[in-house]
Ligand binder design. Sequence first.
Ligand code: ASP
Ligand code: MG
Length: 415
Amino acid sequence: MSIVVQKFGGTSVGNADKIRNVAQAAIKEHRAGNQVVVVVSAMGHTTDYLVELASDISKNPSSREMDMLLSTGEQVSISLLAMAIQEAGYDAISLIASQIGIITENVHSKARILDIKTDRLTKHLNEGKIVVAAGFQGVTMTGEITTLGRGGSDTSAVALAAALNAERCDIYTDVDGVYTTDPRIVPKATKLNEISYMEMLELASLGANVLHPRAVETAKQFNVPLRVRSSFKHDDLGTLIIGVDLMEIYKPVSGVAADLTQVRIAILKVPDAPGNAAKIFGSLAEQNVSVDMIIQSYETPDKTNDIAFTVAQSDFNKAITILEEVKSQINASKIIVDKEIAKVSIVGAGMIDRPGIASDMFQAISDAGINIKMISTSEIKISCVVEKERAHDAIKALHTKFNLDQTDVIATVAE
Ligand code: ASP
Ligand code: MG
């Protein structure tokens, strides 16, 4: 018998009717002859509500108590879902992470999973039960409750699928799959039938809000076939995320993404001496500030260079405090900040070994009359920073340039 892991997010279990709908999706998979584990998040905006409640009590609550609090949201939804499955005439049992044995490192609020015990899960599955597992939470070796970070239920589901050697992990959500770009910005966006782990990883970390990047990373590492599909259309197969070798890459670019949550920072006239870059980025890393798109200029005759990079808006205040301090230590002249930026990126495993993709990207952006402020590339991704105001125009231009518009896809198929 194959094991299938299903995951439903907060909106999919937002009320009693929706919970009954999820019960039906689980029962359908069970009736198809599979052993089913359903992972759910907290109902609706429960987690946000709990965070708010905590902030009414304390400005700086301890992360241990936050985990105690936030993990309760999932206990509510799993018990209700198990009841709904039972009510429909099928056997089910709900389990929180400590009952399963989802062991994490000893870090509160963003713990990583170290190991998952499968004995109890397997026992209940063999008894013919549908197992309803709490997402987002874990337990340390010493029995402390942890959480995996906001949006962490995707990761719980994939890790459970990996531990159980499941046939696949289906992530049910309020969109019906992964699109070439955000359909709200580009109505001609196309749903992808398949995409590789690598590409999805890039898109997920670029703010294509479909999947938690850590979930994709785990799926890739353990080769778990992942499906993103609609909570409301159970017959729609959505998008399959798999290893690249299974696919024929006929397009250089699979998707276009925009990230509007970054800020550009430049430090001017950094003395051109060994150790200064290490000092700047080391200090940021020490305080857990991630940096993206670093650019250093060619050194000037006065032996200085400018260093520019981007950070997440949420880290901005922290970053500036650190950088003001570093600036005086290394004797740089000035820090300048640009908040009105967007990072637009093209992603595609098919761009490996295909020259000309970068210049096509720059041409499309320039044809749209948009100025490029920064550029960075990786093996399967090219990103440009542009003015925030023009981000949507850039996305549209790139979507058309790389033949991703829906009519083009139909034309390709018809040829
Ligand atoms: N309930 C948690 C959150 O809202 C986990 C999740 O939704 O994946 O972040
Ligand atoms: Mg959520």
